[in-house]
Design a protein around this ligand. Structure first.
Ligand code: RI2
Length: 294
């Protein structure tokens, strides 16, 4: 939880792979490959839900199997790691610009949790001189909404913090919703911070546009083959203090939830604004490019 945001987590994973390759002191290609794979498994196991971490780490291993020398293998991991960091940062800039095109002066926007991509869109619209107002949810239990409102306020944006359960109360004022993504499935469902699906439901009821800001490396190609996204559950200590409630009370603390494609108006990606129904095609192209293959 030191590193927040699926994109940042992916970049941290990719950078760690690069650091491992840079600091590798051995002299065996086979041993290097083995240790790189072990390293990738440790990193990927640290957060189970956001596929961005999996994709970021795997992207650094492209060419690992075909490398003929240790130097070639090391250089390829280092190069891939730097490329991933560069490309994923550029993706946020692209998304910010395209998303901002969807915002007009006078719009009231709602965002949830702390998404660099969604915040990028909002800040870009403000930078373009659009007069906007933002509602940002607190995002219990970790309250990442505090990070969001600080960043928006610092940019000079008219920002209101609301508790998560106030979403439906303000929905009548909201024009557009922009949220980030931890994972997008092959059928266009969004896996994002807990509470996102309730926001989407309230938006659907109120006919408010619901946009997802997602880099394409958050698309999970494994879901094409039927894999389900694991929803991380975190410690009960995040929800209540010790002794606050009887031990007999169970606590369920899922970190993410799934929003069906039907509630999503569009996904703003680094390859364009797409309908959730187009996610499969983008994934097929990524698989064809061998993007996440060794
Ligand atoms: P960016 C965050 O969760 C939030 O769910 C946010 O919407 C998503 O990552 C994407 O954030 P977590 O992975 O990549 O920090 O747009 O638990 O910053």
């Amino acid at each position: 939880m030191t590193i927040r945001g699926a994109g940042k987590i992916a970049r941290a994973g990719a950078s760690a792979m690069g650091d491992f390759a840079k600091n590798y002191k051995g002299n065996s290609l086979e041993e290097f490959r083995k240790e790189v794979r072990e390293c990738s498994e440790i990193l990927i196991a640290s957060r189970p839900t956001a596929v961005s971490l999996w994709n970021g780490v795997k992207a650094t291993m492209r060419g690992l199997s075909s490398a003929e020398t240790l130097d070639e293998a090391r250089e390829s991991v280092i190069f891939n790691s730097e490329e991933f960091v560069k490309i994923s940062s550029m993706a946020v800039e692209t998304i910010s610009k395209m998303g901002a095109n969807r915002i007009k002066s006078g719009d009231v926007i709602l965002t949830h949790c702390n998404s660099k991509a969604a915040i990028g869109v909002i800040k870009e619209a403000h930078r373009q001189g659009k007069d906007i107002k933002v509602y940002a949810t607190e995002s219990r239990p970790w309250r990442q909404g505090i990070l969001t409102v600080n960043e928006l306020a610092e940019a000079g944006i008219d920002t209101t913090l609301i508790i998560d359960s106030a979403v439906r109360s303000v929905m009548k004022e909201v024009d557009k919703i922009f949220v980030g993504a931890d994972t997008i499935t092959s059928h266009g469902a969004l896996i994002n911070k807990i509470g996102t699906s309730q926001i989407a439901l309230a938006a659907h009821e109120a006919r408010v546009q619901f946009y997802v800001c997602s880099e394409t490396y958050k698309f999970s190609s494994a879901t094409i083959f039927g894999d389900m996204v694991t929803i991380e559950e975190r410690s009960i200590d995040e929800v209540v203090k010790k002794g606050e409630i009887p031990d007999s009370v169970k606590i369920y603390n899922p970190v993410f939830d799934s929003t069906p494609a039907a509630y999503i108006d569009a996904i703003i990606t680094d390859v364009g604004v797409i309908h959730p129904g187009s996610v499969y095609d983008v994934m097929i192209r990524q698989l064809g490019d061998g993007m996440f293959e060794e």
